[in-house]
Design a protein around this ligand. Structure first.
Ligand SMILES: Nc1ncnc2c1ncn2[C@@H]1O[C@H](COP(=O)(O)OP(=O)(O)OP(=O)(O)O)[C@@H](O)[C@H]1O
Ligand SMILES: [Mg+2]
Length: 318
């Protein structure tokens, strides 16, 4: 017999101590991890007898109407996107005053943990991960869904299928960021708003955001996968926000000598302060990045290889 959870079981701030309890149709098995506004558990869907990741949002979010509306809307949109690099959402709901999301359980680790363990990644691996996240983001943007919180903790890296695909990457947590709420006055001074390492200038200044804010955040993530550190590091949050808005990002090749110089131009376009100056899509950004990492012509660093002598007439005719 499993105990049902009620709001009273949830200590102020965040749900915890729920192992063995039942929440809606899920039995909580063990805690996977926690962020600033939620705890994620591995749980068993009792109807289908399968493992899921069950995310329980902090009770204070359930009391915020703006958040609830966004939660309901964006979970529905995210659940409607069927994409190989977006974590499938099975159900989003509320029980006993607790907002929850049940989604595919991804065995692996997030990119934050991978970077903490391995440091900067080999360029090929960084390129493969960036491509998969980019395809997920472009698909979301095609549904008018802006992620708003692209960061290593929201990128899950699972083992891939074969040596050509050594990792399979999933993007998670659409629209579940507190940062935009804080700009509307929801978050009071001192409340945790999560990392500010990846936040776009227009999010900071409260201007309207579109998919290009995800291009910026992806640019920050890609920078970190290659350099081992995000583009801006400052002693306090205000200085960091200022840097995102006004300071040019330090060239990536300064942090990781040995990369082709063409990568600097690609990163500086992805990290442009004005959305109109960035890449239009995440895949365009990553295509140019990968070309630049290869030292390829499309990356702008080296001229295209000369055609072989026998092919010259053909090229002249063109
Ligand atoms: N579908 C999933 N399968 C397996 N692990 C997951 C899944 N979703 C999230 N996790 C893990 O749960 C942990 C907590 O996630 P959560 O989204 O609460 O925090 P976060 O993204 O690190 O921070 P923030 O609160 O700022 O979003 C992360 O370590 C993440 O790797
Ligand atoms: Mg997350």
């Amino acid at each position: 017999m499993v105990d049902r959870v009620t709001r009273d079981d949830l200590p102020a701030g965040r749900p915890s101590g729920l192992v063995g309890k039942q929440i809606a149709d899920y039995r909580v098995e063990n805690e996977i991890g926690r962020g600033g506004m939620a705890v994620v558990y591995r749980a068993r869907d009792l109807r289908l007898d399968r493992a899921v990741a069950l995310k329980l949002l902090a009770p204070e979010l359930a009391r915020n109407d703006t958040f609830r509306r966004r939660f309901a809307h964006e979970s529905r949109v995210a659940a409607a996107i069927d994409h190989p690099h977006i974590v499938p959402v099975f159900e989003a709901g509320e029980t006993e005053g607790v907002l929850y999301i049940a989604m595919r359980y991804v065995a692996g680790q997030d990119l934050r943990a991978l970077l903490d363990r391995e440091g900067p990644l080999p360029p090929e691996q960084a390129g493969r991960i960036a491509s998969q996240v980019a395809s997920a983001l472009d698909a979301a943007h095609a549904h008018d869904l802006v992620h708003r919180d692209v960061k290593p903790g929201n990128i899950l890296v699972a083992p891939g299928t074969d040596s050509e695909h050594p990792e399979h990457v999933y993007l998670t947590d659409f629209g579940l960021t507190k940062k935009s709420l804080s700009l509307t006055g929801f978050t009071s001074v001192g409340q945790f708003v999560g990392t500010l390492d990846y936040v776009a200038p227009e999010q900071i200044s409260g201007r309207p955001v579109d998919g290009r804010c995800d291009v910026y955040s992806l640019g920050c993530v890609v920078y970190e996968t290659l350099a081992g550190v995000p583009p801006f590091r400052r002693d306090d949050d205000m200085a960091l926000l200022w840097a995102h808005q006004y300071d040019p990002p330090p060239p990536l090749t300064g942090e990781r000598p040995g990369l082709p110089p063409a990568v600097d131009a690609v990163l500086s376009k992805a990290l442009a302060k004005t959305p109109a100056e960035r890449y239009e899509t995440c895949l365009q950004f990553v295509a140019e990045l990968r070309a630049a990492l290869l030292g390829d012509a499309a990356g702008g660093s080296t001229p295209p290889p000369a055609p072989p002598a026998w092919a010259l007439p053909v090229f002249r005719e063109l």
